[in-house]
Design a protein around this ligand. Structure first.
Ligand code: FES
Length: 163
């Protein structure tokens, strides 16, 4: 089953209405709210936001594509990031990525079909001494090896899972 949250224009209208009632109504804050609600920025939402803000769609797109926090593709309920920076890489983080990718049946940058997991890689989060570093739903885990990745996945309900 795909748990992707369907975009609802009336819901966005409510959200924008709230913003009009005095909340911070910067483009960034609106995009953050929409990203949090849908786990990505639906194209129709970007169009509506641009109209509502009175800014060109190209401007909204450039903000939406500039920041890593935003995604134009649906993301999973759980976001798994593994650092592939130099220090983590020499300590084996690529093997961690391979193990997680294998368990989830996806490649880095992809989301499982049921919308539960997105696997991403990043470069150096400033915790090199703890490498390899994995970040799951915002929580940092240090010295993760392939077996450790299995344990972390197990806590998320992933066991021998393949799609
Ligand atoms: S290289 Fe991974 S935290 Fe710095």
């Amino acid at each position: 089953m795909n748990s992707e949250q369907a975009f609802d224009a009336s819901e966005l209208a409510d959200l924008l209405g709230d913003k009009q009632d005095g909340e911070d109504k910067s483009l960034m804050s609106i995009l953050e709210d929409v990203q949090a609600r849908y786990r990505y920025l639906p194209k129709d939402a970007l169009i509506l936001i641009s109209e509502w803000m009175g800014v060109p769609l190209s401007q909204t797109y450039s903000v939406a594509t500039f920041y890593n926090a935003f995604s134009l593709k649906p993301k999973g309920r759980h976001i798994i990031n593994v650092c592939l920076g130099t220090a983590c890489n020499v300590r084996g983080s690529r093997k961690v990525v391979e193990r997680i990718a294998d368990r989830l049946g996806i490649e880095p940058g992809e989301t499982t079909q049921d919308g539960e997991f997105t696997l991403e890689t990043l470069n150096c989060v400033g915790a090199c001494a703890l490498g390899p570093v994995a970040i799951i739903d915002g929580t940092h885990f240090g010295r993760v090896n392939a077996a450790g990745a299995d344990k972390l996945l197990k806590k998320l309900g992933v066991e021998g899972r393949k799609e």
